[in-house]
Design a binder for this molecule. Structure first.
Ligand code: S3P
Length: 450
């Protein structure tokens, strides 16, 4: 089983006003998909702005193991010579997806309709996460999987030699599940139909269309009905990866809570299936503006400007917005702690099965830092104390979860006492330049001896 090395304890002291420009890395979701679809196309796909975080590097390594030629040419500049739909070779080693649920679930989908056997593993966090949500629909194509109890990794998936197309209603709001089924449907004859009741991020659908697949989405009473025609020849693409709104969330939210801050975060993808946090922050009274709103590569993009916002108030976040900000609840809870009154977050059961149980991880850490939090199976309420009045002073467990680590470090920037995390190592999975970027803005994050 993979690990991620020794813990890297970090402390975040009260920051000076955060000022300047924050150039966050490329979008993680789009980066994984660029590599996987590039590996399934015939010819050379070129990618710029690829996120070079560990999660994506693990997916690049996996694509090489399946026979694609994946080359790094320079900072974020990559090319992939694909093997074509159905052309994956059987890897001769276990595929280690590290910390990445997106990586393993999408790759399982992509190989499930190829006649090969693949064994997957990951780190302690990934090996604790449920995989049945993906292997159940993949079984409908004819794939067979055997894992540990509870559908956990390590797991071997035997791809279907004669796959059949599938009609599948996704039972949980999950872009990973939807994408796994679509990627499997690529090598099944006929039409694969995926229905989602709630809209989740649609990067797979957009990118499949870009690679030349026949795919359509219809909004019906049943939900979003996505129809994909199998066995296309995917044509290589030139992809410019937009910057990640989920990473932008950290400098944006830190600027909102640190007095005197004014931070510009350029070129952020604002795909409506991803931008729920920014809408929520504005409803709370955040001074957050979209500058230079434009369209790039079929995705809406803007420069975000965030300024210290002392008048933010807690709100009830609409549950139907959850999918569009699912990765942002941890950092939202940090803003909520610095707003006036309660922020209610409901319909968020999925937070319990992310890289960690994110409701529990944040609730425990916020309480230790003097913030009242109530929580139930699919909801939590953070009782804000107002700007600058978070006591702080505690050490929080990051549970191998990059977003938990970054959220608590942001909490420390505006708290009365410094806030520590037991392990900031996982930050490298999605935002390897987080410490430098935040320090350049004025944060005071220090690594401490373990
Ligand atoms: C992702 C989907 C989401 C999200 C994850 C990235 C994707 O997971 O939390 O960080 O790229 O498809 P779920 O599909 O489990 O909601």
């Amino acid at each position: 089983m993979s690990g991620h090395g020794d813990p890297v304890p970090m402390i975040s002291h009260k920051a000076q006003a955060l000022q300047g420009v924050a150039n966050v890395p490329g979008d993680k979701s789009i980066s994984h998909r660029s590599l996987i679809l590039g590996a399934m196309a015939v010819g050379e796909t070129r990618v710029s702005g690829l996120l070079e975080g560990q999660d994506v590097l693990d997916t690049a390594k996996a694509m090489r193991a399946f026979g694609a030629e994946v080359t790094r040419h320079g900072d974020g500049e990559w090319s992939i010579h694909g093997v074509g739909v159905g052309g994956f070779a059987e890897p001769d080693q276990v595929i280690d997806c590290g910390n990445s649920g997106t990586g393993v679930r999408l790759i399982m989908g992509a190989m499930a309709t190829c006649p090969i056997s693949v064994t997957f593993t990951g780190d302690a966090s990934l090996n604790g996460r449920p995989m049945a949500r993906v292997t159940d629909p993949l079984a409908l194509f004819g794939a067979v999987s055997v894992g540990r109890a509870g559908g956990r990794l390590p797991m071997t998936v035997v791809g279907a030699a004669s796959p059949v197309p599938v009609r599948y209603v996704v039972p949980v709001p999950s872009a990973q599940v939807k994408s796994a089924v679509l990627l499997a449907g690529l090598n099944a004859p006929g039409q694969t139909v995926v229905i989602e009741k709630e809209a989740t991020r649609d990067h797979t659908e957009r990118m499949l269309a870009g690679f030349g697949a026949e795919i359509s989405t219809e909004v019906t009473d049943e939900g979003r009905v996505i129809t994909l025609t199998g066995q296309p020849e995917l044509k290589p693409l030139t992809i410019v990866v937009p910057r990640d709104p989920s990473s932008a969330a950290f400098p944006v939210c830190a600027a909102l809570i640190v007095p005197g801050s004014d931070v510009l975060v350029p070129n952020i993808g604002l795909n409506p299936t991803r931008a729920g946090l920014f809408t929520t922050l504005r409803e709370m009274g955040a001074d957050l503006t979209y500058e230079n709103l434009r369209e790039e590569g079929g995705e809406p993009v803007a420069d975000l400007r965030a300024k210290f916002s002392p008048d933010m108030k807690g709100i009830a976040v609409p549950p139907d917005r959850a999918a569009s900000m699912i990765d942002e609840y941890p950092i939202l809870s940090v803003v909520a702690a610095n707003a006036q009154g309660p922020t209610e977050m409901r319909g968020v059961k999925e937070l319990r099965v992310k890289e960690s149980d994110r409701i529990d991880a944040m609730a425990v850490g916020l309480r230790a830092n003097g913030i009242a939090v109530e929580d139930g199976p699919d909801w939590w309420i953070v009782h804000g104390r107002g700007p600058g009045s978070v006591p702080g002073g505690a050490t929080c467990a990051s549970h191998l979860d990059h977003r938990i680590a970054m959220s608590f470090l942001c909490l420390g920037m505006a708290a009365e006492q410094s806030v520590s995390v037991d392990d900031g190592g996982p930050i490298a999975t999605s935002f390897p330049i987080f410490e430098t970027l935040m320090s350049d803005l004025g944060a005071r994050i220090v690594r401490v001896a373990g």
